[in-house]
Unconditional design. Sequence first.
Length: 204
Amino acid sequence: MYPKPIQKLIEYFTKLPGIGPRAAGRYVFSLMKESPEFVKEFGIALANLPSAVSSCRECFRSIEKTNGTAALCVFCGNPGRAKNSIMVLEKESDLLAIEKTGTFQGLYHVLGGTLSPLEQDSAKKLRIKELYHRIAEHKKTISDIEVILATNPTPEGDMTANYIERILEPLQVSTTRLGRGITAGSELEYLDDTTVMHALKNRK
């Protein structure tokens, strides 16, 4: 058993997605090799995270807080982006993977995850209701709206896309999905730019 301060940090790291006890231990021992100044600054950056970062009031992408007001991100606040096209993504890293290709010029909506077959109320944890109201608001001024369901090609991603399609039916919007050039089970954030670009162009 490690000393309590080390064990406590390991437990915190293992709460992060994809990090097991071994990896968490490596991170903690790596931090111990750093200078006291680095560790102090690292701790300050973590402590300031909740007060320094907020979410875009439209798409829920992370943004730096400005005077405590609910601001827009660089995409939602850009008048040059196409307002008649909204891409729905599981997480922010997927948004960055799409944006890096330079192919998509519409708006985004970050769900914050996927539906889980093991959690009965998992839909309540996602920003699906916000998506519905956002599109309903857009429909007041834009008649022809395309909603691109860019969830990952996993069972959970497909289940989430199917659910959103049903939810949006009353709004009578066009829903498309990314082309299946993406291998089943893969995730957008780990794919190369060319694969993502072809998947976007071949959506249907």
